[in-house]
Design a protein around this ligand. Sequence first.
Ligand code: CTP
Ligand code: MG
Length: 228
Amino acid sequence: MQYDVILPAAGSGKRMGAGKNKLFLELKGKPILMHTLEIFERDAWCRGIYLAVKDSERAYIEQLLTQYNITKVKQMPTGGAERQHSVQSCMKAIAEGEIVLVHDAARPFMTAPTIHALAEAAFEKGAAIAGVRAKDTMKRVEAGVIQETVDRSTLWMIQTPQAFRFDVLKRAEDNAERDGFLGTDESMLVEREGVDVHIVESSYENVKITTKEDLVFGEAILNQRIGG
Ligand code: CTP
Ligand code: MG
């Protein structure tokens, strides 16, 4: 099976507070962005990578692609103000496709088995997203006061990759754009089309590097993987 992957990388990393795009911070001496790109560069199922970037960072990223010998990047569309706009500009750059995955460039620990399970589920069912079961007791809170304890067995924490048949995501994005609808993930756009989105159980290691603590966690994951 083959898929194309969209990697939004045009954020600012405000919550990291590094004064630059957090994707350029290094884990074990390699920029986070390159860790993520290498996952897809090495996956034989990945046909092409569409990377949304800021114009001001384009030249530096091109240099990194050469340095790390990343060959599958087909286009680097300019990202938008919101993540959804960045993903959308990549979607517009893909002329035709069967399966498309959207994956945060800030999640460098995804593994091929989960990627393949997502691609296969999207091929069979139309839409499938990665997630993990909620671990803590979950309560709904309003104005600082508990309203109810929510049945945890039905709650999942959603990650990326999110995988779709090309036509399913295309229609959902076109309609979201037409309606001025902004979602926090691609699944939300597809859900509002009435399409069933399936879950593929992923790993708690698939963190999104967001704040400083995540860098410590990320180094630990890499150390454990190399047996260090
Ligand atoms: N992203 C993007 N375009 C945007 C905003 C985000 O391509 N306008 C990308 C980020 O580069 C990241 C992914 O979407 O790879 C997930 O976003 P997030 O983790 O929120 O990263 P940032 O937006 O950069 O961080 P922050 O929200 O803390 O500013
Ligand atoms: Mg953000």
